[in-house]
Design a protein around this ligand. Structure first.
Ligand SMILES: [Zn+2]
Length: 205
């Protein structure tokens, strides 16, 4: 306490008057202001929860074992609880896990579109869909399916870890088909797509 009037100061610049330039300097030291923003393309045919989740996962901002350890939580080990083959980060949970690869293979077979998973990032996977030589309609469907698949894989991972539920890749793919069809029916004008069309992935465009 002193007899002087109160003044604004900014941390690390206690001897200077408060100014925005110093705030920017401090923030700039802690994060790269010039880094390219996460180039995620939103898709309103997938649920809001699933798109927000994938948007966060791209920047490794989901509570994987590796991310939690990075935030100072003491975990016994960081390995994937599903395959045990590697450390569990977002990339592993969504693309590289041995179990998850089987799901992506099934999605690829169903949609007749190769969902790349080996060594690719979530961004690359989504980008390859948006840039593929299919109609706009199919691209948007594939994009929504990929987002929905990642959300279901994450929920499955949580069920396995916290409730001990073990599901097969086949059960996951059925859920992906059902929920993604629901999403497209409810949120797009294509509300007459039948389950058979969806399952055959064959639409009268
Ligand atoms: Zn795994």
């Amino acid at each position: 306490m002193s007899n002087r009037d109160d003044v604004w100061i900014w941390r690390h610049f206690e001897n200077e008057d408060f100014c925005v330039k110093n705030v920017r300097l401090t923030l700039g030291r802690n994060l790269d202001i010039n880094a390219a923003p996460n180039a995620f393309c939103w898709n309103n045919w997938a649920t809001g929860k699933s798109t927000t989740f994938v948007w966060r996962a791209i920047d490794e901002k989901i509570p994987s074992a590796v991310a939690l350890t990075g935030r100072g939580m003491l975990l016994q080990d960081m390995t994937c609880k599903i395959c045990g083959a590697d450390d569990e980060n977002a990339m592993h949970i969504l693309l590289r896990c041995n179990f998850v690869k089987r799901v992506w293979e099934a999605v690829s077979t169903w949609t007749n579109f190769p969902m790349p998973n080996n060594g690719n990032s979530v961004t690359e996977l989504l980008q390859s869909i948006l840039e593929c030589h299919r109609s706009r309609f199919i691209r948007k469907i594939l994009h929504a399916i990929a987002i929905q698949t990642m959300w279901i894989l994450w929920r499955n991972r949580n069920d396995t870890i916290f409730s001990g539920k073990q599901r097969t890749a086949q059960m996951i793919i059925e859920e992906v088909k059902d929920t993604s069809l629901q999403g497209v029916r409810q949120r797009s004008k294509h509300n007459t797509i039948t389950k058979q069309q969806w399952s055959d992935f064959n639409f009268n465009e």
